[in-house]
Design a protein around this ligand. Sequence first.
Ligand SMILES: *Cc1c(COP(=O)(O)O)cnc(C)c1O
Length: 445
Amino acid sequence: MSDTTGGPNLTQQRILTTAIPGPKSIELQARKQAAVAAGVGTTLPVYVVAAGGGVVLDVDGNSLIDFGSGIAVVTVGNSAPRVVEAVSEQVQAFTHTCFMITPYDGYVRVAEALNRLTPGDHEKRTALFNSGAEAVENAVKIARQHTKRQGVVVFDHAYHGRTNLTMAMTAKNMPYKSGFGPFAGEVYRAPLSYPYRDGLDGATAAARAINVIEKQVGVENLAAVVIEPIQGEGGFIVPAPGFIAALVQWCRDNSVVFVADEVQTGFARTGALFAMDHEDAVPDLIVTAKGIAGGLPLAAVTGRAEMMDAPHVGGLGGTYGGNPLACAAALAVIETIEADDLVGRARAIEATMMERLTALAERDARVGDLRGRGAMIAIELVDPATGAPDADLTKAVAAAAHQRGLIVLTCGTEGNVLRFLPPLAMPDHLLTEGLDVLDEVFANA
Ligand SMILES: *Cc1c(COP(=O)(O)O)cnc(C)c1O
């Protein structure tokens, strides 16, 4: 374990020195089993010593290609140079005061940056939190105060987190909800636009959802519609064109707060700064987290000033929300996205991935659908005869990729979606090699 310095200067190569996981990782996994609560699972139990660019280095000396980014978090790359420098400087100045007690300018600068960068040129305000789920909860609090209504509409396949309110908002029972109820009330589920499965155009899918909302919830009871513009855990489902815009318009016409949950799609991931930038519509509130701070825990709610300012003083906050280290990291992330044109980089990654995966889909009928935007691409695996979701194949393909030193993740309500989320700092040769590994895995599966 000699090289433990991460960042983009880490050798950008796939290197397999042992089976995956190697002996040292197996030993650590046994200690994990004995020390860590069983509910905290691990997808690929290789224990990490360094990461950067497009690789993750483990304790056994294996260097894996990273198509996961720690679930879309290290979009700018692991230990990205500007992040390391900004956090190192901040950690020596002060680590915490609590912004609600004695504030600091890093928080204000992050708020200013988010107000500037998020969709829409209306007057905005921002509040900072620690996790995506916490920020989603706060968006609901804000919408309820603003509208004086309580109902929250979410969609099929949605994922919004694991806290009590966000478990209610999340669709999938196993593993997120089973046995953890009772869940928060006043949460209602509407049908999504899922072009591969429902074949509906955006307007028709929106009319279907709106009909459910009007008949089963009632506008007069509804505070917020919360939606991921491209679903994350739910299967990287990209709604049909016009679906989101129609919902936004309906919300505006009915004084319902439209909340875009961009926790997974934000910060250049989809080849735009935010996924809502691809839609012809502006959200009232936007929730961000994951890609915001290069791995330091930070989340935000940004939105229309009159909505954000609805809760009384002291009604929003938390001990750690907008921690100074996380704020320093976020400012460095934003600087990196702008200086290195990472939006353009995400589009270039999309072009490469789409070309290779289109070819794969053409020769392998088990790839039922290929979808996504930017560096957020997925394939849905099916039984070619029936179109039925094939979770077993998906699991086998992911496991085989792991064996060959490629980190990939699965998702989808049916567990049959393989998703790719490379860091935007990944060099082209690793992106190509990762796609070669996938070809190999499919040829042998
Ligand atoms: C990950 C995720 C969340 C929850 O974020 P945490 O930081 O894990 O609480 C919420 N919404 C979406 C869309 C996510 O992808």
